[in-house]
Design a protein around this ligand. Sequence first.
Ligand code: FE
Length: 214
Amino acid sequence: MNTNVFRNLSYGVYVVSTLDKERPTGCTANSIMQITSSPATIAVSLNHDNYTNSCIQKNKKFAINILAETSDSSIIGTFGFQSGKEANKFDSVSYSMENDLPILEDSCGYITCEVIDTMETSTHTVFLGKVLDGDVLKKDPAMTYAYYHTVIKGKSPKNAPTYLPEEEEGSSEKWVCGVCGYVYDGNVPFEELGDDYKCPVCGQPKKVFAKKKV
Ligand code: FE
């Protein structure tokens, strides 16, 4: 089977948020789609290992935050490459509360949902959510997964439904972020970048980069 065919499926880039008791938490996701329009329902697929999954099972509610091409790309790293079990991910972003759910300010808009059904697969839970409310926050184009992959040069974390193993290693050595897998390809040699350089995808400092064959 040619698994590259999966790369032709289109996705967006979202942060799925909920509450862990009183504490806002969430994770980056791309397997989200609207299933019906009247009543409006949304399906979201989240890995069992994802802390947000267990929080939604308890809270029975979640919000979809739709990232824009202009959203700060470090949001993807903040919500995608660390666990909400240890980190208070919302500490580093501006947010408000709608329907008792945390809503990112730096996005195209949000949709709040109440869980009406779930389906378990061996690795992921598919949550079916009845839409409670939603609003457009800015008119910039929504970020697609293709934009994230080709323009921001981001990767899928291993527990994403859309994760594909990297193709065979090549022969060129590049500086690679040890947290999110971003490959540095700027014009300035990596060694000459200032110590304040941060990974544009996950916001981690220069010291987490290592030279790897890519
Ligand atoms: Fe990174």
